[in-house]
Design a protein around this ligand. Structure first.
Ligand SMILES: [Zn+2]
Ligand SMILES: [Zn+2]
Length: 134
């Protein structure tokens, strides 16, 4: 179990992370939402998530592919993405994890829509879309 939080600390969470499900996503939605070349996301089992947000700062935006992207409405930190049922697909932004982690992302995904200026680093597999066997 790791602990995570947004930049201002109003939203906190605990969740179980599986290193083989940590991915660098280069899709245009992640790039735009995070304001970054790619987003490192951990696909998690939503039943392991414990959210601490007493004052309701976590807001969600419905974005591409029918999913939701959740962020802290106070500081803007992007924390989570999930399917409408909040169960079948759920991931957290690895950069919001506070617990020291000794892991390496398993793959670059959606490289087919990566930023032209971004050269995904070597040493892990690259997939042009979302790999089916995950
Ligand atoms: Zn915040
Ligand atoms: Zn993405």
């Amino acid at each position: 179990m790791v602990e995570g939080s947004c930049l201002c600390g109003k939203v906190k969470y605990q969740v179980e992370i599986e290193p083989e499900k940590v991915l660098n996503c280069h899709c245009q939605f992640c790039r735009k939402a995070h304001g970054a070349d790619y987003a490192t996301m951990a696909i998690v089992d939503a039943s392991t998530l414990k959210l601490s947000d007493e004052n309701g700062y976590l807001k969600e935006h419905q974005s591409g592919a029918g999913g939701y992207r959740a962020f802290c409405s106070e500081c803007g930190t992007r924390l989570m993405n999930y399917s409408p049922d909040r169960v079948s697909f759920f991931c957290v932004s690895l950069s919001t994890v506070d617990t020291p982690l000794d892991l390496k992302p398993a793959a670059h995904i959606n490289v087919g829509s990566k930023a032209n200026w971004c050269e995904p680093y070597e040493g892990i597999p690259q997939f042009s879309a979302f790999p089916e066997n995950l």
